[in-house]
Write a protein that binds this ligand. Structure first.
Ligand SMILES: [Ca+2]
Ligand SMILES: [Ca+2]
Length: 430
């Protein structure tokens, strides 16, 4: 049975929180930021078109989905011992905190952060902007110093609810460290966990504080080291909106956990359509690197209005049928002096309009739609991606109406309806 898929709310496209997004070819007038600015009329474009059909283009766009730099290299360039300026991290407490470049004290690169046990807990932290209900992957390395008896701690706390994440991925009120180490060699910790949901957080986005500190001991030699500490969202959905991709190109979605140096896994082969197409993966992927690859003889410059990578919500209640849909060719109509019509197309694609009607049989169905379709979108403030039937190719990027009509029916069912307008695509002749 088919299902309704929705991606909604601020930063539903994981590319807009990604550490880096890079393309193998790029027209400087249409940079990669056009792929995730939530506006399909502002595209990304490549530059190179081979004139010979036998020449194969290999155009890739790659995202590092980690949401902050955690290698403790660039953040400490020019830093001095006990520096308070560790952008984007923040230090609290009076203890000593240094960028160590001593061999063995860093895990990779040439530096790591070393924190001494202080009179009060000296902490380095970063507040991540995360989405309630999303699945995240923490991938971190930590150790204690070779002398003394300190414990290295990493704590993860939802500042909105005050709850701490346990090492088993549960949320609890009492203070607990998610990861600890008393090993004098670096220990690798990985945890896939789910943020508390939107009906608990009561907000579209929340701050997740990740703190690094050393506890125990008390001698000047007591310390802990941290390196390669990354937090990245998982993903199971990708879509492309407003593209000129030709069927001659084989377009694939790929994953990697080493930035495609030796690990390069094909997750899906897209069935290219216009103006939009998508794929839903059978399970969430936790690989930090995701790639859109377009391989083949490109007959023209590639233009893409939006590339979405995200986590879908599957509504428990599908919309009613028939599903109303309208196609609107974007054009300018005028009449010449003799009354003859003059029509000019102004967009590469027609826009589509949907009329969506639902019947929620339970309060849970109703609350789900209220939060994930209307509240997260803030009416028409945030665009959303809507897949009305996930075993068909149609996929929409656009805005719902700012008014949500609903009526409570006999036996406590709820009827409600949305109108949905696809966003405009880039103009002809761009
Ligand atoms: Ca765009
Ligand atoms: Ca490092």
């Amino acid at each position: 049975m088919s299902a309704v898929r929705v991606l909604s709310g601020a930063n539903f496209n994981l590319l807009s929180r990604a550490l880096t997004v890079t393309a193998s070819q790029q027209d400087s007038l249409y940079p990669v930021s056009g792929l995730y600015d939530y506006d399909p009329s502002h595209p990304w474009r490549n530059t190179d078109v081979e004139e010979e059909d036998e020449v194969v283009d290999n155009v890739t766009i790659t995202a590092d989905l980690a949401m902050a730099q955690g290698d403790f290299e660039a953040a400490f360039v020019g830093g001095v011992p006990d520096s308070e300026v560790l952008t984007p991290y923040v230090k609290t407490g009076p203890g000593t905190l240094v960028a160590t470049t001593t061999a063995g004290e860093f895990h990779s690169g040439a530096a790591a952060v070393k924190i001494q046990v202080g009179a009060s807990e000296t902490t380095l932290y970063y507040d991540y902007t995360v989405r309630p209900g999303e699945t995240l992957r923490a991938d971190m390395w930590l150790r204690r110093g070779p002398l003394g008896s300190a414990t290295a701690n990493i704590r993860i706390r939802n500042r909105r609810t005050g709850m701490y994440l346990t090492g088993a991925g549960a949320w609890q009120a009492g203070l607990v460290s998610t990861f600890t180490s008393t090993d004098t060699s670096y220990e690798h910790k990985q945890l896939t966990f789910v943020m508390e949901g939107i009906t608990t957080c009561l907000q579209d986005e929340v701050k997740l504080r990740v703190s690094f500190l050393a506890t125990g001991g008390g001698a000047s030699t007591d310390n802990a080291c941290f390196d390669d500490c990354f937090l990245a969202p998982a993903w199971n959905f990708s879509s492309v909106h407003g593209s000129t991709l030709a069927p001659a190109l084989v377009t694939t979605l790929r994953s990697s956990d080493d930035n495609f140096s030796s690990d390069d896994v094909e997750e899906a082969v897209f069935v290219v359509a216009q103006p939009s197409f998508y794929t839903v993966l059978p399970a969430l992927r936790v690989e930090r690197y995701v790639r859109l690859k377009m391989l083949g003889p490109a007959p023209e410059i590639i233009t893409i209005g939006e590339w979405v990578v995200g986590q879908t919500v599957t509504l428990t209640q599908a919309q009613n049928f028939p599903l109303g849909q309208a196609f609107v060719e974007q054009d300018i109509y005028a009449e010449g002096l003799a009354g003859n019509p003059k029509v000019h197309n102004i967009s590469y694609h027609p826009r589509r309009r949907l009329g969506l009607e639902f019947r929620a049989n339970t309060l849970a169905d109703f609350e789900e739609a209220k939060w994930h379709v209307f509240r997260r979108s803030r009416g028409r403030f945030n665009p959303l991606v809507y897949v009305p039937i996930d075993d068909r190719p149609e996929c929409y990027f656009g805005l719902i109406s700012n008014e949500w009509e609903t009526s409570l029916e006999f036996l406590y069912t709820n009827d409600y309806s949305f109108s949905f307008l696809e966003s405009a695509f880039f103009a002809v002749g761009l």
